[in-house]
Design a protein around this ligand. Structure first.
Ligand code: FEO
Length: 172
């Protein structure tokens, strides 16, 4: 059985993951209308991943005797000055999500809820990967600068990243 404090903290994280999914969906739309097919595909699959993160939390809360909340969400920013700025926002957002997960782990320990602590380890590992991927992408973008040919190749390469990420994911 979840304590009220843990239930509330998990529900707050459910909202964070849902908002992440919306943010990446908005980024997918922005990229798609700009003709960046590869980037759009990457963002659509990121958006799906965030929804999967949200659902995993929802199921956990309900299974442990709590009640998962489906909250109202903030509308995300839908335009960006450049695709570099968009990926900077993605990175900043992932850092924010990592901090949010860390805080959740801290509360689980305070509450001596070792089951939730154990459950959250999956998210801790996932955030390390997500931050690392966002950082790698930003490094590539900084190398490209304003080179149009570089952007073309980046858009093509990121499709491979999406495909290989999807292939390596375990079905959950
Ligand atoms: Fe669910 Fe990208 O963190």
């Amino acid at each position: 059985m979840l304590s009220k404090k843990i239930e509330k903290a998990l529900n707050d994280q459910i909202r964070v993951e849902a908002e992440s999914s919306q943010i990446y969906l908005a980024m997918a739309c922005w990229a798609e209308v700009k003709g960046l097919e590869g980037v759009a595909g990457f963002m659509y699959s990121q958006s799906d991943e965030e929804r999967a993160h949200m659902l995993k939390l929802v199921r956990y809360v309900n299974e442990r005797g709590g009640h998962a909340h489906v909250s109202a969400l903030k509308a995300p920013n839908v335009t960006f000055k450049s695709f570099k700025e968009m990926f900077e926002k993605l990175f900043e957002h992932e850092v924010f999500v990592s901090e949010s997960i860390n805080e959740l782990v801290h509360i689980a320990l305070q509450e001596k809820d070792y089951s939730t602590h154990n459950f959250l380890q999956w998210y801790v590992a996932e955030q390390i990967e997500e931050e690392a991927m966002a950082r790698t992408i930003l490094d590539k973008i900084n190398m490209i600068g304003n080179d149009k040919g570089g952007l073309y190749l980046f858009d093509r390469d990121i499709q491979q990243l999406t495909i290989s990420t999807a292939a390596s994911e375990s079905p959950e």
